[in-house]
Design a binder for this molecule. Structure first.
Ligand code: T4K
Length: 413
């Protein structure tokens, strides 16, 4: 193993790169390639490519069974799943959401001219702070959308109670939380509906894809119609609909992915435990822990940086990693409230979101999944340990470099 003992050994300061190839966050899991190709061949032979073909139906059936939910409507991606669920629920006006989420959560509302109202997070869970939701409710509020960030469930019961008390619709963005439980019950069974993403970077993927799941029969019926242009049988349209359909090729990948679900979780768990034990010896870095009493997919390895201890900023650490070919990410910096159009709409949002801003300035997401080997994790953690040991010196040298490739800066308001 290459030990980067001295600052000069770092690639950013002229040393050789630790990895020859880029280590990505979100490298897709593939599963059994032969079975996937067989399924794709069958699709070609059947000449039934989309419009609720047999593989999509089978994928939906398997998801309902696995999740113990009444209805699953497979979609072309997670964002359209959100948009259709929002519309089918009749959300209007304002909807309360957290700001430390992928931009799709906010955009799915704004796309339909519904204003996302950002609520701060609870720093002990990093999810929407249920205690702060009620003070954001106005006569225009029609719903709440919680996000099970990085696969950690929201305070489901408390939020459900607030939604019921105030007659609000409740949707959960469960894009990260497929195969996770809350109090032993599968995510997918909460609120009026929940949505999943099966994007290539998710641990179960359909290339692009998503799904809405619900136990509400009427809602499921509306969603099915809406994702198919509003067609209720041949030549009869009864709603404004769109095209949210999942293709057969995507379902082929989804079914193949599901067959390897346990293996993917095992690999993610192994990686998580390895990061956890290796990072224990690195001062100033702490991994965000999963509740191991519940089912988790362990898909996001998120580490908080205490800059007082590391003596390097979070962004300097990322610069060091990028130079070594480790494409760690700042998910979900700078937060939806600091991106357009929300930044212009709510120029003072930051004042209401101190916990959100604090978290977003501290976190780094690390690569995991089936493409990552244990030795890669050891090398990465060894690099972090040696870098942080000389934090002061490295920080000073980086600050003095004029030709350094800086991370895209965010204009803080
Ligand atoms: N709600 C939440 C909370 C979400 O996190 C998301 C999506 C959604 C809703 C919407 O669901 P979708 O409409 O996307 O189904 C990525 C994903 O594109 C996005 O799906 C995901 N969340 C988000 C957390 O991450 P980016 O902008 O970081 O993607 P990108 O292209 O930079 O990919 C990440 C890394 O993965 C790269 O380093 C390269 C690697 N990669 C990516 C792809 C696509 C591969 O190795 N192979 C690939 O095929 O958003």
């Amino acid at each position: 193993m290459i030990h980067k003992r001295y600052p000069e050994d770092l690639a950013i300061l002229g040393g050789p790169q630790l990895f020859d190839e880029i280590m990505h966050v979100g490298r897709p899991n593939i599963g059994d390639r032969e079975r996937l190709l067989k399924r794709i061949n069958d699709v070609l032979d059947r000449k039934w490519f989309t419009n609720r073909g047999p593989l999509v139906q089978e994928f939906e059936r398997q998801l309902t069974e696995y999740l113990g939910v009444k209805h699953c409507i497979a979609m072309c991606n997670g964002t359209i799943s959100l948009e259709i669920a929002i519309r089918a629920l009749g959300m209007t006006g304002e909807v309360i959401i957290p700001a430390n989420t992928f931009i799709a959560t906010a955009h799915a509302l704004q796309w339909q001219e519904i204003t996302p109202v950002f609520c701060d997070i609870n720093p002990s869970t990093n999810n929407i702070d249920q205690v702060k939701i009620e003070e954001l409710i106005t006569p225009r509020t029609s719903g709440i959308m919680g996000v099970h960030l990085w696969g950690h469930p929201c305070a489901v019961e408390e939020i459900t109670e607030i939604a019921c008390k105030n007659n609000l619709k409740l949707l959960f963005d469960a894009a990260h939380a497929f195969a996770c439980t809350h109090n032993g019950k599968m995510i997918g069974n909460f609120g009026n509906a929940e949505i999943f993403s099966f994007h290539a970077t998710k641990f179960i993927n359909t290339f692009e894809g998503g799904a809405v799941v619900t136990n509400d029969d009427d809602l499921a019926k509306r969603i099915r119609l809406m994702k198919n242009f509003g067609f209720s049988g041949y030549d009869n349209v009864i709603y404004v609909g769109t095209n949210g359909k999942m293709s057969e090729i995507s379902a082929a990948m989804g079914l193949t992915s599901l067959e390897s679900l346990d293996e993917f979780i095992d690999v993610n768990y192994r990686n998580y435990k390895h990061y956890q034990s290796d990072l224990e010896e690195v001062p100033g870095l702490s991994i965000i822990r999963y509740d191991e009493k519940e089912k988790r997919n362990y898909q996001y390895i998120v580490v908080e940086v205490d800059e007082e201890v590391t003596r390097l900023t979070r962004d300097q650490i990322i610069q060091v990693l990028h130079a070594e070919n480790i494409l760690a990410r700042r998910y979900f910096y700078p937060g939806c409230h600091r991106m357009e159009p929300y930044r212009s709409m709510f120029p003072h949002a930051g004042m209401l979101l101190p916990n959100t801003d604090m978290l977003l300035a501290r976190v780094i997401s690390f690569p995991t999944g089936t493409s990552i080997q244990i030795e890669d994790i050891s090398k990465l953690c060894d690099l972090l340990r040696n870098t942080i040991e000389k934090g002061d010196e490295i920080s000073e040298r980086l600050n003095n470099m004029s030709n350094i490739q800086r991370l895209p800066e965010h204009v803080w308001l």
